[in-house]
Unconditional design. Structure first.
Ligand SMILES: [Mg+2]
Length: 224
């Protein structure tokens, strides 16, 4: 019996690329007058490119965009402050998140989240997805003082859900932090492909659409 399902957030439940695009376009609109010479499309595309799936922190993203266009009328730190304060207003879930969460709970499973990132930034972003009431444990690495793939954060989440590793499945998009990390503590894994890491042969299953997850987990219980 799978008694708990643990999820990564960014690019697993949260469509981070779409959310970033929506945020960046709105931010551009607010500062259009001071971003002379830069179109909304070039601002958004450069923002996404430099972010590189979260590899570059936003203060550097903003500093580079402004430097590249010799824009001195805006301080990169003020753009960063807007991002930290307001990104959650643009956070969009992948299709089917609410239905999937309800179906997993109806199947008798508890839900948990482990996300690497800042607190309360990531907490607010998760609240914005509209399913937080269905989750029994939410762990944000900055608050926990430990981050994926450290086994400690997975063990801590399992303890809070009151389940053992073999009773839990981890769902994530990062082959190292999510999939290998969860496997090291003995959890089964479901991989969510994204364009940065298209394959992960280590995972026990692949889920391209959240609607499919309840059936994938029932398949684990039936066996191969
Ligand atoms: Mg992720």
């Amino acid at each position: 019996m799978i008694r708990a399902v643990l999820f990564d957030m960014d690019e697993t439940l949260l469509d981070r690329q779409a959310s970033l695009r929506a945020f960046a376009a709105a931010q551009y609109s607010r500062h259009r007058d001071r971003l002379a010479g830069l179109s909304v499309d070039s601002f958004v595309e450069r923002f996404i490119e430099l972010d590189n799936n979260g590899a570059l922190w936003k203060d550097e993203v903003y500093r580079r965009i402004l430097d590249e266009h010799r824009i001195a009328a805006i301080d990169p730190q003020s753009l960063l402050a807007e991002y930290i304060a307001g990104f959650h207003c643009f956070c969009q879930p992948f299709p089917g998140l609410g239905e999937m969460a309800a179906e997993l709970i109806a199947d008798g499973r508890r839900l948990g989240l482990i996300t690497n990132g800042l607190y309360p930034f990531q907490w607010r972003n998760f609240q914005a997805l509209g399913v937080a009431h269905s989750f029994s444990a939410v762990l944000v690495s900055e608050k926990e003082g430990v981050r994926k793939p450290d086994p400690e954060i997975f063990r801590r989440a399992l303890a809070r859900l009151g389940v053992t590793a073999d009773e839990a499945v981890f769902v994530g998009d990062n082959p190292e932090a999510d999939i290998r990390g969860a496997q090291r503590v003995g959890m089964r894994t479901v991989y969510r492909p994204n364009r940065f890491w298209p394959e992960c042969p280590l995972a026990d299953a692949v889920c391209t659409d959240l609607h499919e997850l309840p059936a994938i987990l029932r398949g684990f219980e039936v066996g191969p």
